[in-house]
Ligand binder design. Structure first.
Ligand code: GLU
Length: 436
């Protein structure tokens, strides 16, 4: 069997865009600050605030992997479950050298709000391993994945906590997790992860779902602002699963892709870049950089190019107090998790930028993960049309509730999404009551 490369380049752009004058804020402090703001607006009970502001369960594992040369390395990984009031924990696993417990905590909390924003019956979880998988062979990544799965297997499972792909993990990684977990139990348990290959219980449309969901929210935003996607100029930071597919889908809508980037740097051409040609270039050369007929830009410069729509689709802490004032886009669509700091949020809001917050914008991925899990549990698989139509229904409904909250309470779209989500989780937590 041919082994696909387990590590796709999921557009990581951290080093190039750090603030020159101040350290990037701690992302967990940011997540808690965002929650506090929503809790305040919702006038949430103090006890409930204390419950929801911390993860329910955190597991840290240090585990050995035998490398190709026989050396034994020990890696550190995490699985954090923020909240399970509305259903099993749900969220991806990322492999990255900058993973930390605080980052995984923040990402797990964001998953709770994301699942509640789109109103699917999951709580929030996240996992991560501190590793640069690009430095490892395929066999080493497989060994690391299988041992990490073994270490976290006491707390995952189709009814407990269901991992999925995230930065630097993909369908092959999910196949290894599913196989390892199933081997321990002695039978195939496909519902333990989502984002699997189609042939072993994956869902049609899951690979494109994050980008497709983001485009559905952009179509809604374009109606609100009367800014048609056809003819809109778009800049996308990150060329992994979300960024590269968003480029294709937006070009299909008639948008002009003026700038693209990956972890090595960016390219800019005001008269438009063809995503199919850029993808072919990246496959051959390993990066979008060097694409013929385009100017080179850094990841920091990409955020500030002249465009109508900016799509951060890489990592956290990209739009900060240092560069938010220079952003020219009218819409920022957060395909990444946590790309904008709270200070930058305030600056963008004052400038009149329409922001589609991450917990709404990129929720298409987890929504089709939900469809995948339902299909696995029923062993009954849907057509791609049914999946895409159901995704559109859920994304449109979520956009409408968030936008209505934003108008009604006169708050920005992020605060509105938090208010919708936190209210749903608070209701579930209250109804269930505290045990004992
Ligand atoms: N990692 C993705 C996210 O951040 C998908 C999670 C999932 O499908 O469970 O939303």
């Amino acid at each position: 069997m041919a082994t696909p490369n387990p590590v796709t380049t999921q557009g990581q752009t951290r080093t190039q865009t750090e603030e020159p004058t101040q350290a990037a804020p701690n992302i967990w402090a940011v997540a808690q600050q965002q929650f506090d703001a929503a809790a305040e607006k919702l006038d949430l009970d103090d006890g409930l605030r204390r419950v929801l502001r911390v993860p329910k369960r955190e597991l840290t594992v240090n585990f050995p992997v035998t490398m190709d040369d026989g050396r034994v390395e020990v890696f550190t990984g995490y699985r954090v479950q923020h909240n399970v009031s509305r259903g099993p924990a749900k969220g991806g696993i990322r492999y990255h050298q900058d993973v930390s417990l605080d980052e995984v905590r923040a990402l797990s909390m964001w998953m709770t709000w994301k699942c509640a924003t789109v109103d699917i019956p999951f709580g929030g979880g996240k996992g991560g391993v501190i590793v640069d998988p690009k430095q490892l062979s395929t066999r080493e990544v497989e060994g690391l994945t299988r041992r990490f799965t073994t270490e976290i297997s006491p707390i995952i499972g189709p009814d407990r906590d269901i991992p999925a792909p995230d930065v630097n993990t993909n369908a092959q990684t999910m196949a290894w997790i599913m196989d390892t977990f199933s081997m321990h139990h002695g039978y195939t348990i496909s519902g333990v992860v989502t984002g699997k290959p189609i042939s072993i219980g994956g869902s049609l449309g899951r690979n494109e779902a994050t980008a497709r969901g983001a485009v559905f929210t952009l179509l809604q935003a374009s109606k609100v602002l009367n800014l048609p996607l056809s003819g809109a100029r778009v800049a996308i930071q990150g060329y992994g699963n979300a960024g590269s597919i968003a480029a294709t889908l937006l070009a299909e809508q008639g948008a002009t892709i003026v700038a693209l980037s990956d972890s090595s740097g960016g390219i800019h051409n005001p008269s438009g870049l063809d995503p199919a040609k850029v993808s072919a270039w990246k496959r051959e050369h390993g990066s979008v950089v060097g694409f013929p007929g385009a100017d080179e830009v850094s990841n920091a410069e990409l955020l500030e190019v002249d465009c109508d729509i900016l799509v951060p689709a890489a990592l956290e802490n990209q739009i900060t107090a240092a560069n938010a004032g220079n952003i020219k886009a009218r819409i920022v669509a957060e395909a990444a998790n946590g790309p904008t700091t709270p200070q930058a949020d305030a600056i963008l809001h004052d400038k009149g930028v329409f922001l589609i917050p991450d917990i709404l914008c990129n929720a298409g991925g987890v929504t089709v993960s939900y469809f995948e899990w339902v299909q696995d549990m029923q062993s009954f698989f849907w057509t791609e049309d049914r999946i895409n139509e159901s995704l559109k229904e859920i994304m449109d409904r979520a956009f409408e509730s968030v936008h209505a909250m934003s108008e009604h309470r006169e708050v920005d779209m992020r605060t509105a999404a938090y208010m919708v989500a936190v209210a749903r989780v608070a209701e579930a937590t209250n109804l269930r009551g505290l045990y004992p």
